[in-house]
Design a protein around this ligand. Structure first.
Ligand code: FE2
Length: 291
């Protein structure tokens, strides 16, 4: 099988045709897809038919699964390894406005990299659309390799070797959502990652940050936060950003090691949005731990 890839944005994002992701993928197709991920960082597939078994199997083709937090969720999906990216409860009813799980998930509308708050963070995420709202609810992606390349040499030298602390409670706290128990906080201690990394597949240098990125180790808090804000502003300029408008049957794969993403708002009191995600682990992120 030979896949076809059409680039959708000047610097990244490939639209892939010629592959049925519900089928067992032969090794040569997996190799072609891996090469396309390394090149485009985000791949878009249309017209797929994937149940929860298919989605989990697809994730396992590309690595070990990073189980989601599934924060205070009464499980709606078949597998605990799948992240329920929806506004639905276990009875498939729309969540109330003050639902804790809803408030927690609103922070997914901040630019982030999946599971960067874990020491073994996310590598590839695969998100499949079952139900989409009529307006809004898009997902935007930013290419952190292109953003890194566009930094001045002086800035590249300044940030080389810096280590950033990431925490899930930092991203939630930015929206003023701090209602977590001590046990919930203890279960997810902060992680440390280098701000500049080399992507293992493409060998390109990339920034690594996002809304979970709290501060720079060894720097005064305000200095580190200002630098991270500047870099976020730089990286999310329109020239590095692609917006995906979901259709039912879309599957999007993105590489958390070199991109940021954010969901966009929609009328979640009136319309369902049912997306389901599987994410693989990045074993190299655990190995890079800095003492
Ligand atoms: Fe996400």
């Amino acid at each position: 099988m030979t896949i076809q890839v059409r680039q959708l944005h000047p610097v990244f994002v490939g639209e892939v045709s010629g592959v049925d992701l519900a089928a067992t993928l032969p090794p040569e197709t997996v190799a072609e897809l891996t090469e396309a991920i390394n090149r485009h960082a985000v791949l878009v597939f249309h017209g797929q038919t994937l149940d929860d078994d298919h989605l989990l199997a697809l994730g396992r083709v590309f690595g070990n699964i990073e189980p989601p937090r599934n924060h205070r969720v009464v499980r709606r999906l078949k597998h605990a390894e799948l992240a329920d990216i929806s506004n639905l409860d276990a009875k498939n009813q729309l969540r109330a406005r003050d639902d804790h799980r809803r408030l927690d998930a609103l922070a997914n509308q901040l630019w982030h990299s999946d599971a960067s708050f874990r020491q073994e963070s996310g590598a590839l995420s695969m998100l499949f659309a079952h139900v989409v709202p009529p307006v809004g609810g898009e997902t935007e992606f930013a290419d952190l390799r292109a953003a890194y390349d566009a930094l001045t040499p002086a800035m590249q030298a300044k940030i080389e070797g810096l280590v950033v602390e990431h925490s899930i409670f930092h991203s939630r706290g930015q929206l003023g959502h701090t209602d977590y128990t001590e046990a919930e906080r203890a279960a997810l201690p902060p992680a440390q990652h280098r701000l500049v990394r080399t992507h293992p597949g493409s060998k390109r240098k990339t920034l690594y940050m996002g809304s979970h990125a709290s501060h720079i180790i060894g720097w005064p808090m305000p200095d580190g936060r200002l630098l991270l804000r500047d870099l976020m502003e730089h990286a999310t300029q329109r020239e590095f950003v692609h917006r995906h408008s979901w259709r039912v049957g879309d599957l999007v794969i993105w590489d958390n090691r070199c991109t940021l993403h954010r969901g966009r708002s929609y009328d979640d009191a009136a319309h369902a949005r049912d997306l389901r995600r599987v994410t693989t682990r990045d074993p190299e992120s655990a190995l890079e731990r800095v003492a």
